[in-house]
Design a binder for this molecule. Structure first.
Ligand SMILES: Nc1ncnc2c1ncn2[C@@H]1O[C@H](COP(=O)(O)OP(=O)(O)OP(=O)(O)O)[C@@H](O)[C@H]1O
Ligand SMILES: [Mg+2]
Length: 244
């Protein structure tokens, strides 16, 4: 479980997050919805301990990571997979090499176990036949699937997605969202999906927190978003704007 407890974060003088509290439970897909530049990626960086808040706590399974040393953080981060907005694949490595890279670097697994896990992710992500290709020869949706496979290869408890459908066509977006749903059901996995696309929320999220001007203005199950009273949420819903 991930908890932000009254987290305030400033970049210089600019207060990005103002006493933000939110919880992501295990085996739940939680969306964090908000307009561009509001601080969504910043929240993911806080959850991974890549940046520290000015005040407040970030708890992973009850442990406050804002006070941890780098060596302790390393263990915590291994419980979590991260899928970056730009995928962060290695351009000069094949798909199989990309999938196996962090396993080979970080775990002392026998090579046949690495190959077994890479093959498992290739099959799961529907990438058979592309094992020896470079990322540049794949479509955007396929590259996203490689990034998801690479995040899953450590068998995390929780996976964090930064704008998983941004820049994808509608069909590829649907495929990525259904892959995320399948992952959750097959692996008892929790997920955080940061997005500015409201359709993603209705398609895949069990619950949603809306971040607006540094504050959480809604935090509940997705169905209740339709009844939210905050003017900003009403305007998104009534104008039927799909993107914030
Ligand atoms: N390292 C940094 N130093 C200073 N300002 C930063 C830094 N990182 C982000 N910001 C600013 O903080 C704000 C929040 O950034 P963040 O990347 O978290 O937003 P976001 O909601 O993910 O936006 P987007 O939808 O564009 O991805 C933005 O105004 C951004 O310019
Ligand atoms: Mg961002």
């Amino acid at each position: 479980m991930i908890e932000l407890d009254k987290v305030t974060l400033k970049y210089g003088e600019k207060e990005i997050l103002k006493q933000v509290s939110l919880t992501v439970r295990d085996n739940t897909i939680k969306a964090i919805l908000g307009p561009s530049g509001v601080g969504k990626s910043t929240i993911l960086k806080l959850m991974l301990g890549l940046i520290k808040p000015n005040s407040g706590r970030v708890l992973i399974d009850g442990a406050d990571i804002t006070r941890m040393k780098e060596s302790e953080l390393y263990t915590i981060r291994r419980k979590m997979g991260m899928v970056f907005q730009g995928n962060a694949l290695f351009d000069s490595m094949t798909i199989s090499q990309n999938l196996g890279f962090f396993l080979r670097e970080n775990l002392n697994l026998p090579e046949n176990e690495v190959i077994r896990r890479v093959t498992e992710q290739i099959q799961f992500a529907g990438l058979e036949g592309y094992e020896n290709q470079l990322p540049e020869s794949l479509s955007g949706g396929m590259r996203k699937r490689v990034a998801i496979g690479r995040a899953m290869i450590f068998k995390p408890h929780m996976i964090l997605f930064d704008e998983p459908t941004a820049g994808l066509d509608p069909v590829s977006s649907k495929k990525i969202l259904s892959l995320i749903s399948t992952l959750r059901h097959n692996n008892n996995l929790g997920a955080v999906i940061v997005t500015h696309i409201i359709e993603d929320v209705f398609n895949v999220a069990d619950c949603v927190a809306v971040l607006y001007q540094g504050e959480i203005i809604f935090d509940d199950v997705t169905e209740k978003l339709h009844n939210a009273e905050h003017p900003f949420i009403r305007s998104i819903l009534s104008d039927k704007i799909l993107e914030l």
